[in-house]
Design a protein around this ligand. Structure first.
Ligand code: NDP
Length: 324
């Protein structure tokens, strides 16, 4: 791979192009930081896998996830953001004390920068069934807050036994006629308080020792094929949708051993800011947030990261420039 190494020291490089990354880009660009955003493997991030987004303020008629990401990209570009469709393969935080970080990409580009904004997001975990791909967006979802509305008055199944599954199932129970919660063990892993909420929800049926093994339907999900791992019996559930809620994985493999993370791999930020433990490196969006995980909260933290980076770079440059 030929290397394309620039000499320029950029003010900020944004890694990841979901709502957090693009919002950081809009703010950084408007602050004359001339940001570069490196999109990653899934330009636009998780929102490009959802259909209609109806809960982002400012879109009274809703907008599709992919359209919203195109608009965010255009808004970032309008103020001079450079969008690079490439994958970051390596980062090297300042070692020499010169306050320069390096970012390297799959296409052999290398950038030097004063600050890095990490907005690499998180990926929902899936079971790995072929039918999940076949019915993606047609009855299979990994986000009740995003897609639950489309199943109003219908029957759905939620897969998982942790806090995410409990939360998704109780949320959906408010919208749907009936929710089946399939837990593969004979107990839930979710916290006691969340389990209590599940037990108390009348239209939520808890099915322990059950696994999803397939889906059927004419273009859209009509049936879930399930397996009882105690009785070893296979059966069917008549459902219009299936929500996979077996957890998320933050996209932080690049930073293992380099940045502070919690036990699940989410980046840790300092106090109420986006500062990581490395000076000049900031984190925003789902990569540092396993609680809210919404486009609008990600966008808000992207704004915070750009403001933090701008302040950091301004103070650094003032300190580095020779006294007048
Ligand atoms: P968890 O890892 O806690 O739970 C995952 C669940 O999915 C487990 O019940 C697991 O089963 C099940 N699972 C995993 N793989 C499969 C599979 N292949 N087939 C069937 N079931 C499977 O993930 P969560 O996303 O629920 O939670 C992650 C973290 O985020 C936790 O710390 C949680 O407390 C936190 N969280 C907090 C919330 C809040 O405070 N409001 C809301 C959501 C999450 P098994 O138990 O058998 O391994």
């Amino acid at each position: 791979m030929s290397q394309n190494v620039e000499n320029k020291i950029h003010q900020t490089i944004i890694i990841g192009s979901g709502p957090a990354g693009y919002t950081a880009a809009i703010y950084a660009a408007r602050a004359n930081m001339e940001p570069i955003i490196i999109t990653g493997m899934q330009p636009g991030g998780q929102l490009t896998t959802t259909t209609e987004v109806e809960n982002f303020p400012g879109y009274p008629n809703g907008i599709t996830g992919p359209e919203m990401m195109v608009e965010l990209q255009q808004q970032a570009e309008r103020f001079g953001t450079q969008v690079i469709f490439d994958m970051v393969t390596q980062v090297e935080f300042d070692k020499s004390g010169q306050h320069i970080h390096k970012v390297r990409t799959a296409n052999g580009q290398e950038f030097s920068t004063r600050s890095i904004i990490i907005s690499t997001g998180a990926s929902a975990k899936y079971l790995g069934l072929e039918d999940e791909t076949k019915y993606a967006g047609s009855g299979v979802s990994a986000c009740a807050t995003c897609d639950g509305f489309f199943y109003r008055g219908k029957d759905v199944a939620v897969i998982g036994g942790g806090d995410t599954a409990a939360e998704e199932a109780t949320y959906l129970a408010k919208l749907c006629r009936k929710v089946y919660l399939l837990v593969r063990k004979e107990e839930m892993r979710a916290s006691k308080v969340m389990q209590e909420r599940v037990f108390k929800t009348p239209n939520l049926e808890l099915m322990y020792n059950h696994e999803l093994i397939g889906l059927e339907g004419d273009g859209v999900v009509e049936k879930a094929i399930i397996y009882n791992n105690q009785t070893e019996q296979q059966s069917q559930l008549q459902v219009d949708g299936v929500f996979i809620a077996i957890g998320h994985k933050p996209n932080t493999d690049l930073f293992v051993g380099m940045l502070d993370m919690d036990a699940n791999g989410y980046l840790l930020t300092r106090d109420k800011t986006t500062h990581t433990n490395v000076p000049g490196v900031f984190a925003c969006g789902d990569v540092q947030d396993h609680i809210y995980r919404q486009a609008v909260t990600a966008a808000g933290s992207g704004c915070m990261a750009a403001l933090d980076a701008e302040r950091y770079v301004a103070e650094l440059e003032a300190a580095l420039s020779p006294a007048l």
